[in-house]
Write a protein that binds this ligand. Sequence first.
Ligand code: ADP
Ligand code: MG
Length: 215
Amino acid sequence: MLSLHDIRFQYPGGAFCLALKTLEVRAGESLVILGPSGGGKTTLLRLMTGLLSPDSGEVICGETRLNRLSPEQRRRFRLEKAGLVFQDFALLDYLTVEENILLPSRFSPLSGTISAYARELADRLEIASHWRRRAAYLSQGERQRVAIARALAHRPQYVFADEPTASLDTGRRGLVMDLLLDYTQETQASLVMVTHDAELMPLFQKQLRVEDLTE
Ligand code: ADP
Ligand code: MG
């Protein structure tokens, strides 16, 4: 289970202040964070994954208190337990689709089985035909789906996806939503997804609006 308690966070010198009393996402559960641009959705995801540390409060993933780990331990935690889909995809342009997808799991003890699963993900996301193409040559929608395959390839316990359908047409949006929700159900992972697409809201078991993030 992922849980947050009494979180407060402010960027240095910034006016933006995030406050969240309590939030829980259990195994097999999905949470959507919804709201307008600039509301703090990405900031909250960064806090949940230990990319940012709160000024006060706790982020707990299972037995792990993220804020008590060193930056190196947090990095390892993300590599092993978390799958992240960044808003800007964060692909390496000069690597192929295959290399991008497999890069974070290179050092995983599961690495033998990961590549077969990565192919399966690529098939399901309709990017398998680009497998050996460099990321630089893909469309935005294709890049977005590579980022999603990369996030799931090592079968993470926690999935954090920042607007993962923003560059997709309606058909592909359905494809991605089905995959993320099936994955969560089948592996009993916890899914946290950010979107400003209100139509997607009913697909999730829990909803958090950005308006709830400030006092
Ligand atoms: P959202 O993802 O909902 O669009 P963000 O979490 O990206 O919102 O941003 C929330 C607020 O924090 C905005 O006002 C933004 O300008 C500010 N902000 C985001 N990143 C930084 C940063 N690195 N330093 C200072 N302020 C930031
Ligand atoms: Mg954002």
